[in-house]
Design a protein around this ligand. Structure first.
Ligand code: ADP
Length: 754
């Protein structure tokens, strides 16, 4: 019966926030079973119809196997996950254990669970760590990593619960997509996704496409274009917009480029225009050691939200080539995109989604809008006593850096451990140099391997340590306080600059004060930071208070917060717009795959060809036998289905990139135009598959040995590979168009129209 106070609590609930009191009741009821279960030699098998008993059995199993008795709040978290919500639990609250209890619960309800981990290292660590608990509950568990063989993968996917990074699952899904025999398939039907660091996967990385590419002819040489844009000057030939997100040629720049290329008209040669734009983009907007590193003769991207090297990632082909050309590196392999799926599309395949993270409330709206998910805010086991100080703001970045080093020196003297989070790799290295110059020894964490980072960050709570780290290095690793550190105030976290998202700031702060530990945090900010210059460029800045350059005015704090909100709003808008476009493609993709499955596992291909060309079907059948003929038909239709899909993807990306240009003269909104053309093209796609399949069938070489694919003109790519496109942080040409930027072309149009 709902009490009045409950009703009021429900009314006060933030929209989208879940009410956790039913879960709290279940957790309390679980306590009543505890003493009885402790006495038993063997635990009874859990029944999911009785949640308090399930929780009690899981708790007792964890106590026996892991020597950790889950706190009530951990059970509450697990129950939120079992009801398909995102549980917000602070760092150090024990999400790994909560997640495992929930995964076991889903599995005991008869569903296959994929626990999506932050990286390969954590997938394996968590699966092995939680292994004994699963075993005690009668649930099988497995994991995969980048180096798993197809056999190992198939075995892991067959378990009740499987741990893996999002990219490994995505790549498996993509590779399955071109399987030509049902025996080669690896990934079973998706059922439940339980996502660790849910905000980072579901929001920050949602737009990232996972790509399956096949060998094709190498692209254009970009070296010449790189050389050409290197000679252009900013402010004369090209301009950046206020936020430094976009670059465009001025009329003078356009003329200069056209002259340098032998008097062509850029706007009549779109391939050249694109290449110039990409080169300019690489030249003016991407900075070595901030956006990417050059290592071993290769470009390595830096993931901005994690501040570390993004392995296996690249920019979209054109931009990748442009940056390689800028750094005078040999062009890396380019290929044809056979298929691609965004992380959001990948996750939405699961009929049931749940997740956990320390920072969910700030993205509550997105989680609801894009995934229909609610956030359950789980209180900490022990109250958080970390002292978060207000930002220390400086006018100039040099003053900020000096004050930062002084602060580190002052606190280090007391022996208190300090963890400094920087915004990028080069800033980490700069700060480490500054510190060493002052005789302060520090450990620098950046862009190494996950296991190594985990081991280093685990030591960051020891007395006298100074750890400099890019923001998210060593994520998922516990920082325990060393001997005597609590007396000194616990771990002291200093942010060197605020992030474009307050969630990332909160994640950094969260490294201190875990499980009721003492701790402190503060951010050092300068009004020259990119965040301010890009997102609050028109604010009048208050002056410094004294010769240290510190700005104490309240307004300074307001400007920093304002810039951050603008940045967050910009990213949300980009996410929303991208989804409007990718959604159509994801729907079409799902439909095509459904057809493909009928061909791959069933007889749809043979049936269609037999119906279309009955005479040839009969003749061939008499010659080679029904089974051989059916297999040949399968291969013919699969080939054309895959080929046409690849072409469709290329076509769709062309209209998406080009639509804003054409949109200028049209009455339809770009998104509507995109949909109209996309739907029409898709209709043709299915007809085209049929047409080409019949055509091949009429002339194909089919003998008792089967279909001769080469002879029949059905050559699949010689090699395929997978990668993650790190979304261009500045948005594609298309994103820029969405932000209604004035391009030289529209300027020209206007002047012509005037
Ligand atoms: P989170 O991912 O929420 O930051 P972890 O799952 O890494 O937290 O757990 C943090 C630490 O707390 C780990 O060392 C884990 O062993 C410990 N821990 C978790 N739950 C319990 C518990 N119920 N009792 C004792 N220790 C626990």
């Amino acid at each position: 019966m709902a009490s009045i106070s409950q009703l009021i609590r429900n009314l006060l609930d933030r929209p989208g926030s879940a009410n956790i009191s039913p879960f709290q009741r279940v957790a309390t009821q679980a306590g009543a079973h505890e003493d009885r279960l402790k006495e038993l030699d063997e635990l009874p098998p859990p029944r999911m119809g009785d949640l308090p008993e399930f929780c009690a059995i899981a708790r007792e199993a964890a106590r026996r196997t892991l020597d950790e008795r889950p706190f009530d709040v951990q059970l509450v978290g697990a129950l939120a996950l079992l009801s398909g919500q995102v549980a917000e639990m602070a760092t150090g609250e024990g999400k790994t254990l909560s997640g495992a209890i929930a995964a076991a619960g889903h599995a005991l309800r008869g569903r296959r669970v994929h626990v999506i981990s932050v990286n390969d290292y954590l997938a394996r660590r968590d699966a092995e760590w939680m292994g004994p608990l699963y075993e005690a509950l009668g649930v099988s568990v497995g994991w995969i990593s980048q180096s798993s063989t197809p056999e190992e993968r198939r075995e892991a996917y067959a378990k009740n619960v499987m741990y893996a990074s999002v990219s490994e699952i995505g790549f498996d899904v993509l590779r399955d997509r071109i399987a030509t025999s049902a025996d080669d398939l690896i990934v079973p039907e998706p059922e439940v996704a339980l996502i660790d660091e849910a905000d980072s996967v579901l929001v920050d990385e949602a737009r990232v496409p996972l790509v399956l590419a096949g060998a094709a002819d190498p692209g254009l040489d970009s070296a010449e274009t790189a050389e050409l844009v290197r000679r252009l000057s900013r402010g004369y030939h090209y301009e950046l917009d206020d936020q430094g997100l976009n670059v465009f040629l001025t009329a003078k720049g356009t003329d200069a480029v056209e002259r340098a290329l032998g008097g062509i008209n850029l706007y009549e040669t779109p391939e050249v225009l694109t290449q110039v734009n990409l080169a300019l983009h690489a030249h003016a907007l991407l900075t070595r050691d901030v956006d990417y590193l050059v290592r071993d003769g290769r470009i390595q991207l830096v993931n901005q939200s994690r501040g570390r090297v993004a392995t296996l990632q690249r920019w979209p082909d054109g931009l990748q080539a442009a940056v390689e050309a800028k750094e005078a590196l040999p062009a890396s392999e380019t290929g044809e995109i056979l298929d691609s799926i965004t992380i959001q599309g990948l996750i939405r395949r699961y009929p049931e989604i749940c997740g956990m993270t320390g920072t969910a409330v700030a993205v509550e709206d997105q989680l609801r809008e894009f995934y229909g998910l609610k956030v359950a805010v789980i209180p900490p086991n022990r109250p958080n006593v970390r002292v978060d100080e207000p930002d220390r703001v400086f006018g100039a970045v040099v003053d900020m850096r000096m004050a930062l080093v002084d602060e580190i020196a002052r606190v280090h003297e007391t022996g208190r451990p300090i963890l400094i989070g920087t915004l990028d790799v080069s800033e980490s290295e700069r700060l480490a140099d500054d510190l060493r110059r002052e005789g302060l020894e520090c450990v620098v964490l950046n862009a190494k391997n996950d296991a190594e980072e985990a081991a280093i960050i685990a030591q960051a709570g020891q007395k006298g340590t100074i750890t400099v780290s890019t923001q998210m290095a060593g994520r998922g690793t516990d920082i325990r306080l060393g001997e005597g550190v609590a007396e000194l105030g616990g771990l002291y976290v200093i942010g060197a600059g605020r992030h474009a998202s307050s969630r990332l700031d909160d994640q950094l702060r969260g490294r201190a004060g875990r499980q009721g530990d003492p701790g402190g945090s503060v951010f050092y900010v300068s009004l020259e930071d990119d965040l301010i210059t890009q997102y609050a460029p028109h604010e009048s800045l208050p002056p410094a208070d004294d010769e240290t350059g510190v700005v104490r005015s309240k307004r300074a704090g307001y400007i920093v917060g304002h810039a951050q909100r603008v940045a967050e709003g910009t990213h949300l808008e980009i996410h929303r717009n991208t989804w409007r476009y990718t959604r159509l493609l994801e729907t079409q993709r799902a439909q095509v795959l459904e057809q493909r499955d009928k061909v791959l596992r069933g007889e749809a291909g043979g049936d269609a060809l037999a119906a279309a060309r009955p005479q040839r079907w009969e003749e061939l059948g008499a010659e080679v036998g029904d089974a051989v003929l059916r297999e040949a038909a399968r291969q013919i239709v699969l080939f054309h289905l895959d080929r046409c899909w690849t072409e469709h993807l290329g076509f769709m990306s062309d209209i998406r990139e080009g639509i804003h240009l054409r949109g200028l003269g049209h009455k339809l909104k770009p998104i509507d135009e995109f949909h109209r053309e996309g739907v029409a093209a898709y209709k043709q796609l299915l007809e085209e598959v049929e047409r080409r399949s019949i055509e091949t069938f009429e002339t194909a070489t089919i003998t008792a040995d089967g279909l001769d694919s080469e002879e029949s003109g059905l050559k699949r790519p010689t090699a395929t590979w997978t990668y993650l496109v790190q979304d261009n942080p500045f948005g594609s040409a298309f994103d820029r168009a969405l932000k209604n930027l004035v391009t030289p072309r529209s300027k020209r149009r206007q002047s012509l129209d005037d």
